[in-house]
Design a protein around this ligand. Structure first.
Ligand code: B16
Ligand code: MG
Length: 210
């Protein structure tokens, strides 16, 4: 078996926070008179908070200073944190717990590789705070996906060579990042370009492809 570790993206792979991101950005966009749709929200998957804001502002009728942009991002995050504070175990996506259990029982390390600075809050809310051997997230990186940094750091924490890691991602930016890190990639949902593709983790035993 070549793969010794599986690095999971968080939003869209472990947990369904898409709607929380959508509601929070929509609230800010409405307040600012900016058109924001579900289609635009899809483009924010795996993209950092400030890079997401730039995408949201493509439809803005005025320009915003750097200071105003930081305030908008903080406002969005406050709305988002309010919403994720209501998440429970029910937000864990189908197939996640079974796969985590199977991987651990077979000695495969598991880690989180997420762009989100809210990773600790989300994992605590859904009861998976102690379920991973390493957590690499938006708090310990300087370059967001599609840069490979978040996955490189996760592998380094695990002390596993990059080519022995599998990345599970729901975003094109995340698949590009995983490949750039020299890792094997498994795309779920609408992500494209992975070495493997499944609609959901409910459809696969990850162990069977390692
Ligand atoms: P935050 P992932 C990403 O998480 C989300 O997909 C993306 O929509 C969000 O903008 C980004 O985290 C930053 O999140 O504002 O909480 O720091 O998919 O990489 O787990
Ligand atoms: Mg994601």
């Amino acid at each position: 078996m070549k793969i010794k570790a599986v690095i999971f993206d968080l939003d869209g792979v472990i947990v369904t926070t898409d709607d929380c991101h959508y509601q929070a950005w929509k609230r800010v966009a409405d307040e600012e008179g900016i058109t924001f749709t579900r289609e635009v929200n899809e483009r924010l998957r795996g993209v950092s908070r400030m890079a997401s804001l730039e995408i949201v502002l493509e439809k803005a009728k005025k320009s915003y200073s750097d200071k105003e942009k930081i305030q908008l991002a903080e406002r969005k995050n406050a709305y988002y944190v309010e919403l994720i504070g209501k998440l429970t175990k029910d937000a864990i996506l189908p197939g996640v717990e079974r796969n985590l259990k199977q991987l651990k029982e077979n000695g495969i390390k598991v880690a989180i590789g997420s762009s989100s600075k809210n990773t600790p809050i989300i994992l605590k809310q859904i009861g998976l705070a102690d379920s991973f051997d390493a957590i690499s997230d938006g708090n310990n990186i300087t370059k967001s996906k599609p840069e490979p940094e978040v996955f490189i750091k996760a592998a380094d924490m695990l002390e596993i060579p990059y080519e022995e890691c599998l990345v599970v991602e729901d975003a094109d930016a995340g698949i590009i990042a995983g490949k750039a890190a020299g890792m094997t990639t498994l795309a779920v949902n609408k992500a494209k370009g992975g070495n493997y593709h499944y609609a959901s983790l409910d459809d696969i035993d990850i162990l069977s492809i390692l």
